[in-house]
Design a protein around this ligand. Structure first.
Ligand SMILES: [Zn+2]
Length: 480
């Protein structure tokens, strides 16, 4: 019989049922529903793994396909799964990976989930804590952990698995810690009311500025590393690792452990991009502004940032007049003004569900320049490196629609749309480069650009970001 809370509630309301009986019924229903949820979750893992196999077939993966081809098919599937679940790709990726392991080496855990003896938190702990164990030890850990698991809460279960893991792990803790430390990284979480967590709860503009400065310092230290005299002396840290190391040095000692290069890094100031509606800046309206990497901030804060902070990059856009947004077929390169407009319009990578910031993404010609595509706002969009590759190397297809909307078609035939972060009114196609400059756009950088009372049109220069007709990685040798 399928229990439903409604039936139990009706019984509770029925004349003659004592409150005690009704309560007993309801609690039994709660327990039965939990078993059903666990069973359903097990079925979802099975369906995900079966779908992954079929998707690989649709993408043309065969027994003789190479590892690069399989890897791209998996990425394409994860993107498809993320859009179906309206979940971040990282979540979908974990679900797909978990489903694969539960269909293979951790099948006993999936059976326990389907039977309702463990829940999803137990399963997560099991997968995480058996992840890097040799097969024999992992099997042993799973067998001993599942024994009696039905009577353990998920936190109790996790403690027990961790203790068992320490006993069964053939590798010393110090070695494991060294490997785990490779994963160090910095993460900013936007919070409501103009605040953010950098695991310091603070005003969003300060958090964004800190992240930006650390990113810039890390990039500067990579550039210096290129001059290393030989392979062995080269710094092999990722930029994520560098960010954390720089933050730790600054917080713990106030100075950067960067040797002779320290004076150069001191000069790097954070740069914050704020998009302020012109009328808000003038104090005429209180329409919120956009802080790049965060979202909306109040007009008052935006006015203060735009007027006083020396390191703020201001991009003022008047949707009535617009910027020079179309280069047509006159230039493959995306001008700085158009790039700035696209950065604000897109905000993030335009792949469904991706949250990689536009400033860290490529600008892609939707219809390739080589195939007659123009350098126009309606043929350009930001794609992060991962999704840029996916567009070129898998079955995903995109089309620009009016109003900055991007239409995607997945390999499985789903149609999805992504919308601009900041929608602008359509800009007339006649506002090409070379046409009389429209008023109302300011785009200046750094301390050398004090606030100007006069709106100034940016010069249409070479873009900082651009893609090539054939991105260099298209022909790169697949990773071993
Ligand atoms: Zn992306």
């Amino acid at each position: 019989m399928t229990p439903t809370p409604t039936a139990a509630l009706e019984r509770a309301a029925a004349v003659g049922a004592s409150a005690g009986d009704a309560l007993g019924d309801l609690l039994a229903d709660v327990a039965a529903l939990e078993r059903m949820i666990r069973w359903a979750q097990a079925q979802q893992y099975r369906a995900v793994e079966a779908a992954r196999r079929l998707h690989a077939e649709v993408e043309g993966v065969t027994g003789s396909s190479g590892s690069a081809e399989r890897e791209m098919a998996t990425r394409s599937f994860v993107a498809e799964l993320a859009t179906v679940l309206v979940a971040p790709e990282a979540t979908a990726g974990r679900l797909a990976a978990d489903a694969g392991r539960l269909a293979g080496p951790r099948a006993a855990t999936l059976v326990a989930l389907a039977a309702g003896t463990v829940g999803v938190p137990h399963v997560r702990s099991m997968l995480e804590l058996t992840g890097d164990l040799p097969v024999d030890s992992a099997d042993e850990l799973e067998r001993r952990s599942l024994d009696g698991a039905a009577q353990r809460t998920s936190s109790d279960f996790r403690r027990r698995v961790r203790r068992l893991r320490e006993r069964l792990h053939p590798e010393p803790l110090a070695t494991r810690r060294r490997r785990a430390a490779e994963e160090r990284r910095m993460h900013l979480d936007p919070a409501p009311d103009g605040m953010a967590w950098l695991s310091l709860f603070m005003e969003a503009e300060r958090a964004v500025a800190i992240v930006d400065r650390l990113d810039s310092l890390a990039a500067a230290s990579v550039d210096r590393g290129r001059g290393a005299p030989n392979e062995t002396s080269r710094d092999r840290r990722t930029s994520a690792q560098r960010c954390v190391d720089l933050a730790a040095d600054l917080l713990m000692s106030g100075i950067l452990d960067e040797g002779d290069a320290a004076p150069a890094t001191r000069r790097i100031a954070p740069r914050v991009t704020v998009t302020v509606p012109v009328l808000s800046l003038l104090g005429v309206t209180d329409e919120p502004a956009e802080l790049d990497g965060y979202g909306p901030i109040d007009a008052e804060t935006a006015r203060i940032i735009a007027a006083h902070a020396p390191s703020v990059r201001r991009l003022l856009v008047d949707p009535e007049t617009g910027a020079a947004l179309s280069y047509g077929r006159t230039s493959y390169r995306v001008g700085a003004d158009l790039a700035g407009y696209l950065r604000v319009r897109d905000g993030r990578c335009r792949f469904p569900g991706c949250s990689r910031r536009a400033v860290r993404s490529d600008i892609d010609h939707t219809t390739a320049w080589a195939h007659g595509g123009g350098t126009d706002a309606d043929n350009l969009a930001h794609l992060c490196r991962t999704h840029h590759r996916l567009k070129h190397e898998s079955g995903w297809r995109m089309v620009n629609e009016p109003g900055g909307v991007i239409r995607w078609a997945s390999p499985a035939g789903h149609v999805l749309r992504t919308y601009p972060e900041v929608p602008f009114d359509p800009v007339p196609r006649s506002s090409r480069v070379g046409a009389p400059p429209p008023a109302g756009v300011i785009d200046r950088s750094g301390p050398e650009a004090p606030p100007s009372p006069e709106p100034v049109l940016p010069t249409a220069g070479r873009a900082e970001i651009g893609d090539d007709v054939e991105p260099p990685w298209l022909h790169a040798a697949p990773a071993a």
